[in-house]
Design a protein around this ligand. Structure first.
Ligand SMILES: Nc1ncnc2c1ncn2[C@@H]1O[C@H](COP(=O)(O)OP(=O)(O)O)[C@@H](O)[C@H]1O
Ligand SMILES: [Mg+2]
Length: 395
């Protein structure tokens, strides 16, 4: 069961606002190690912004993002709002006990802001220090039980190597992203070798032979050949360029790959090839994937769980089979109704459902939140809708 698996990424109450645009608004989900999590929704609903928030492109507005148990992003707006509210109340307050409480709220939230800023800035260093401590503990234990001098020497060497790796580890490079547009995302003035090895150079690796071999290995892994290394992006087809983008990501040995509509810009005939490649790499490299798409048909066969977004909100989240068997939110139902059916007779009868939020929901007083209606199946709804869904599914 996926439930038992380690959580690799946790997105907690993520908000990313651009002025008045709430691109992502209180979105929460987690991705377990080895899982493919599909994030689906129409253009402009906040999928890319979610992905870019995870790789720390932004100072997120509020919420937290944890990767491998380390907080890598933290927004401060909610803390600042709490301070502002407390200060306002403090002004007219004469009750000494309440004043004390309010001052404590202010101090606590100030401390949270400091912690958030620290984690955002130093998450790589913190993680590296944690690895060093863990390595040290592990080897101390091993050294305490060594027998022969040879064994002790071997362990001492292993220890030195493990510490060196721990010191160099940059947590954020373990998350890599591949992009929708394989033309815009590759620098036309760089050779394929330079593009693929750029991340290694940034990590301070200079050994030319090592780099060349790594590039060749990556090219072969994504179904290209080593002769391609000296060429430029314009010499390749769309599908091949996407393979170059994938090679550039996996050379960093990521644990989490964010694939942002990786096949939307490709011809239908080559879309399946790229999906197959990602599936193969997932198995081979033990990757965890956040797969972003604008429709459900692409993610259906590829994802273990799916999250559906609408206008910055997560509206439904469930295991793939469960979502297809029991779609609850009207927006999910409309997305499902857009998928062509393989059987021509059913396809003829397929009715397209149009989602109209104003007609569907009355959120004037009874406000919606994301709620667990069936085990692991979450839907954004208010009290009235929750009761309706539960009745419909006999819960
Ligand atoms: N850097 C930015 N500045 C201002 N608005 C942005 C920025 N990036 C995205 N947006 C807006 O945020 C919303 C979500 O965009 P995006 O995450 O790209 O959606 P999707 O990937 O689902 O198509 C859109 O309204 C978009 O215009
Ligand atoms: Mg996008």
């Amino acid at each position: 069961m996926t439930d038992q698996k380690e959580v690799l990424l946790r997105v907690e109450d993520l908000c990313q606002y651009f002025g008045p645009t709430k691109a992502v608004d209180h979105v929460s989900f987690d991705i377990k190690k080895g899982e493919v999590f599909g994030l689906v929704g129409e253009s402009g609903c906040g999928k890319t912004t979610t992905g870019r928030s995870i790789i720390k492109i932004y100072n997120i507005t509020s919420g937290n993002i944890y990767f491998k148990g380390q907080r890598i992003c933290a927004g401060t707006r909610s803390y600042r709002e709490a301070i502002r509210a407390a200060r306002k109340e403090l002004k007219g307050c004469s009750d000494e006990k309440r004043k004390e409480e309010l001052n404590k709220i202010i101090a606590d939230n100030k401390a949270e802001i400091q912690k958030a800023k620290y984690d955002h800035k130093y998450s790589d260093r913190e993680y590296s220090e944690r690895l060093i401590r863990e390595t040290h503990e592990k080897f101390k234990e091993m050294q305490a039980h060594t027998g022969s001098p040879e064994e002790a020497a071997r362990i001492a060497k292993e220890y030195k190597d493990a510490i060196r790796v721990a010191k160099k580890t940059k947590l954020i490079t373990k998350i890599q992203m591949i992009y929708q547009d394989p033309i815009a995302s590759l620098d036309p003035r760089m050779t394929v070798r330079e593009i693929i090895s750029e991340g290694l150079a940034i990590r301070g690796i200079k050994d030319k032979e090592y780099i060349d071999n790594k590039v060749f290995e990556m090219l072969e892994m994504v179904g290209l050949v080593r002769e391609h290394a000296g060429r430029y992006p314009h010499e390749f087809s769309g599908g091949q360029r996407q393979r170059i983008g994938i090679a550039r990501a996996i050379i960093m040995e990521p644990e989490l790959l964010i694939a942002d509509e990786p096949i939307s810009a490709l011809d239908v005939s080559i879309q399946a090839q790229v999906i197959n490649l990602l599936n193969e790499l997932r198995e081979r490299l033990g990757l965890t994937i956040l797969f972003i798409a604008h429709d459900l048909s692409v993610v259906k066969y590829f994802s273990d769980r799916i999250g559906v977004m609408y206008y910055g909100n997560m509206v439904e989240l469930a295991e793939t089979e469960e979502l297809f068997a029991h779609p609850m939110h009207p927006y999910t139902r409309s997305l499902l109704s857009a998928i062509p059916l393989p059987d021509p007779r059913s396809e003829k009868k397929r009715v397209r459902i149009i989602y109209n939020p104003i007609a569907e929901h009355d959120y004037s007083t009874d406000k919606p939140t994301l709620r667990e209606i069936l085990p692991g199946h979450f839907v954004r709804c208010n009290d009235a809708e929750e009761a309706k869904y539960k009745k419909e599914f006999g819960i």
